[in-house]
Design a binder for this molecule. Structure first.
Ligand SMILES: Nc1ncnc2c1ncn2[C@@H]1O[C@H](COP(=O)(O)OP(=O)(O)OP(=O)(O)O)[C@@H](O)[C@H]1O
Ligand SMILES: [Mg+2]
Length: 504
């Protein structure tokens, strides 16, 4: 598959080590990148993938080892310096400036003293078009969704004429079509002789796209091999260091429709602008309902309306009934007080306070409830509450007092989940609950979701990943263009049927 397998690496890390507060999160890692190759980097949450790449991109400095570009040792103190050397990184957590336009963000770090708006927009438009991205260069980044922000990041890297581009989980929030375009883009860049580092938890994607794959585990280098010589099973074994059951997405024993209990939440003809159009569905206690569909099919928006985070149309916006009572929340707090939680897909924007500790974030979730507010608990109880959830979801952090920014991406996601579960909600919407979570930890989150239903809670999981929907849901709804187009029981559903309903 590779075009230049024999090219000598132009970028090399030797015995790379990084310590935070005396703990080595990278230890003696060897890594190199050739011109004209895609090099995938995989490993469990917290394995050190982002850290290694941040060191390569000059966002952090290694505490030990050597970093060579074209055979010469380099030290980049800032990302700007790496960028000048042609090394650019698209971050896992988007690093765009929300108050600037798309075009301004693409130009960022490259600005001339006077940049004329019009020509800037035209240039950005041409670039976006050449990448086949449908994003308006003149809008503010704050108005964009996750997938579109990702596109802007990619455009920015392409714009900076890099020799090496690092993509940290770039495809996690793209639609299938956008993903195909993105893969084509990566292949184009490779064809132009760029070296690409590609971090992903989607192992099939990594194997498909990459020429070589490197596996990290607990901050150490495990193996580097040609993608053609690796299977998914071998990769997983290298990642977790033990045999793993093949069927992570095995279907559990789920409820038959006949055993359904109380009708808890029903949504009737929910409508908001052009995104949600007469959407109707009903959720029962003790059941997990999955909502499949393409990104943009109105699932997230519907859940946010129910949870008070978005407003439906004032006239003919439809109704939401909680145990038969019509409800309309103006702010999420009112929904939380009624026991409804929405667990966000966009952790950086709505998930938590980055500079606070894991413990404080989980505790804040608790405080947001009526009960939590009434009983301001002591520091010891706070630790207890947080500790329970850290344990349950296996959040991997140096300690409960580690700051969120110090956690790996997947572990941040688990804190977002913990923060809502501590509120002991009765109705829970999970939006893409395992995005960025590694293959080993996904079953834990799925078990936590199933356990909630087993406790009698009402659970709804929005997911674009069909194996996930099939694994957790008793009943599967398919959203298409703002409404529910189809419904399947878990027994009847197949990936093909769901996909067909989502598209046609
Ligand atoms: N600024 C920091 N301070 C302290 N520890 C940190 C910091 N940044 C990262 N770490 C720790 O380094 C380890 C590796 O994190 P890293 O983000 O590289 O993982 P990752 O492989 O990218 O994981 P994920 O798949 O979840 O994104 C984690 O244990 C993390 O908690
Ligand atoms: Mg990461």
């Amino acid at each position: 598959m590779s075009t230049r397998q024999d090219a000598a690496p132009f970028l090399r890390i030797e015995q790379g080590t990084k310590a935070y507060a005396g703990v080595n999160v990278l230890q003696d890692v060897d890594f190199d990148l050739r011109a004209g190759e895609v090099h995938a980097l995989v490993g469990e949450n917290g394995a050190g993938k982002s850290t290694l790449c941040k060191a390569i991109a000059g966002a952090i400095e290694l505490s030990g080892g050597r970093y060579l570009v074209d055979g010469r040792p380099v030290r980049f103190a800032r990302p700007g310096e790496a960028l000048k050397a042609g090394i650019s990184m698209v971050y896992q957590e988007t690093s765009l400036v929300p108050t600037m336009t798309v075009a301004q963000n693409i130009e960022l770090g490259h600005e001339k003293l006077i940049t004329r708006f019009r020509s800037l927009n035209i240039k950005a438009q041409q670039l976006l078009q050449s990448l086949r991205f449908h994003v308006d260069p003149a809008v503010l980044v704050s108005a964009l969704g996750t997938a579109q922000r990702q596109m802007v990041e990619i455009a920015r890297a392409a714009h900076h004429k890099a020799r090496a581009i690092i993509f940290d989980e770039p495809t996690a929030s793209l639609t299938p079509e956008e993903k195909l375009n993105f893969f084509q883009l990566i292949r184009d860049l490779r064809g132009q002789g760029l070296g690409i580092i590609f971090i992903s938890h989607a192992l099939e994607e990594a194997l498909e796209l990459a020429d070589r794959v490197t596996v990290l585990r607990d901050g150490r280098h495990v193996v580097t091999a040609a993608a053609a010589e690796l299977t998914r099973e071998q990769l997983v074994r290298h990642m977790v260091g033990r045999e793993v059951e093949k069927t992570h997405y095995a279907r559990g024993v789920h409820h038959a429709a006949g055993t359904r209990r109380e009708k808890v939440l029903s949504v009737e003809n929910l409508t908001m602008g052009n995104t949600v159009k007469n959407m109707s569905f009903t959720l029962y206690a003790g059941e997990v309902v999955g909502i499949a569909g393409l990104i943009g099919s109105g699932r997230t928006e519907a859940a946010k309306i129910v949870a008070g985070a978005l407003k439906r149309n004032l006239i003919r916006g439809g109704s939401v009934f909680l145990r038969g009572r019509a409800v309309r929340y103006r702010v999420p707090k009112q929904a939380i007080n009624d026991g409804i939680a929405y667990i966000t897909e966009d952790r950086k924007l709505n998930g938590f306070f980055e500079t606070m500790t894991v413990e404080e974030n989980i505790y804040l979730g608790h405080l947001a409830t009526r009960r939590g507010f009434r009983f301001l608990v002591s520091a010891r109880d706070r630790r207890g509450v947080a500790g329970r959830f850290i344990e349950r979801l296996q959040v991997r952090a140096a300690s409960a007092r580690a700051k969120i920014v110090e956690l790996s991406g997947g572990n941040q996601q688990k804190v977002v989940v913990a923060k809502s579960l501590v509120q002991e909600p009765e109705v829970i919407f999970f939006d893409e609950p395992t995005r960025g979570v590694d293959v080993g930890a996904i079953p834990e989150i799925h078990q936590a979701i199933r356990r909630l239903a087993a406790e009698g809670k009402t659970v709804c999981v929005i997911s674009s990943y069909l194996p996930e929907v099939l694994a957790v849901a008793d009943r599967i709804l398919v959203a298409r263009q703002g409404r529910i187009a189809e419904e399947f029981s878990a027994q009847d559903a197949t990936e093909d049927k769901i996909m067909f309903a989502a598209i046609h």
